[in-house]
Design a protein around this ligand. Structure first.
Ligand code: NAD
Length: 247
């Protein structure tokens, strides 16, 4: 069954891999991102994969852009079936290093950016039937961040907020819409490439499945959450980390 989805951060990485998976099922996608060049390449890849994609160069913090784009998509396509909130940034600074502006920025993009797009589609999604919202948090929401350079406490705090937002919206938007969340471990994308170059063998050794994750390892689960029928799952937080933080 094909549908229509919005994917923030859809230009590359985990959002991009998710776009390709849904495109292969014939879905129409609105890819939202700041990276115009990567967006154009991803839209072409989606068309080649058998779907269709339009792009929106916008900051996920912009609520009016989210409202306008969602309304237009509902009008033109007749509805939105899924929203995937994949846009995010890292924040490698410690409490002693971080500025107030940097704290605000990571909270604004990683947490408010999820609120923004959920808010824009909420009324439509609540009407159902069988709509889906999938948020991307991180295993760092459980661990508080890692000693590596990619994420420390502020990133972990923003991603912990996404867990609460997911659980709360699952209650508010049912029965029309299921809201679930995935928590990736270390996945090789633009965000982490430099770090992985330094710690790959150490990470592989510490991970039961003995490899660093790829965007498609996360996209396959998001695809499942977006398409599984019947669906009786909402408010769930799913860790996908090769067993690295198994407990
Ligand atoms: P990525 O950098 O490849 O993709 C993120 C995308 O978000 C980029 O295309 C970027 O341009 C876009 N983006 C950033 N800020 C934006 C903004 N303000 N408005 C619109 N678009 C914006 O990174 P990724 O690894 O694919 O990350 C995707 C999500 O997964 C993020 O939320 C990230 O925190 C999360 N995550 C990643 C990892 C990992 O190891 N890569 C682990 C856990 C969670």
């Amino acid at each position: 069954m094909s549908g229509t989805a919005i994917i923030t951060g859809g230009a590359q990485g985990i959002g991009g891999a998710t776009a390709l998976r849904l495109a292969r099922r014939g879905w129409h996608l609105l890819l939202v991102d700041l990276d115009e060049t990567a967006l154009a390449g991803q839209a072409s890849a989606c068309a080649e994969a058998g779907g269709s994609a339009e792009t929106l160069v916008a900051d996920v913090r912009d609520l009016s852009a989210a409202h306008d784009a969602s309304e237009r998509l509902i009008e033109v396509r007749g509805g939105i079936d899924a929203l995937v909130n994949a846009a995010g940034i890292s924040m490698p600074k410690t409490i002693l290093e971080i500025t107030e502006e940097e704290w605000d920025r990571v909270m604004d993009i990683n947490l408010k950016g999820v609120f923004t797009w959920c808010k824009a589609v909420a009324a439509h999604m609540a009407k159902g039937p069988s709509k889906r919202i999938i948020n991307i948090s991180s295993v760092n929401a459980h661990t508080g961040g890692s000693p590596t350079a990619v994420s420390k406490f502020a990133y972990a705090a923003s991603k912990s907020g996404v867990l609460g937002l997911t659980r709360g919206l699952a209650q508010e938007l049912g029965p029309g819409c299921a809201v679930n969340c995935v928590c990736p471990g270390l996945i090789e994308t633009r965000l982490t490439r430099e770090l992985i170059g330094r710690v790959r063998s150490q990470m592989e050794e510490a991970t039961p499945l003995r490899r660093v994750g790829k965007p498609d390892d996360i996209a396959v689960v998001i695809e499942f959450l977006a398409t599984v029928e019947p669906n009786y799952m909402t408010g769930e937080i799913i860790d996908i980390d090769g067993g690295r933080w198994v407990n």
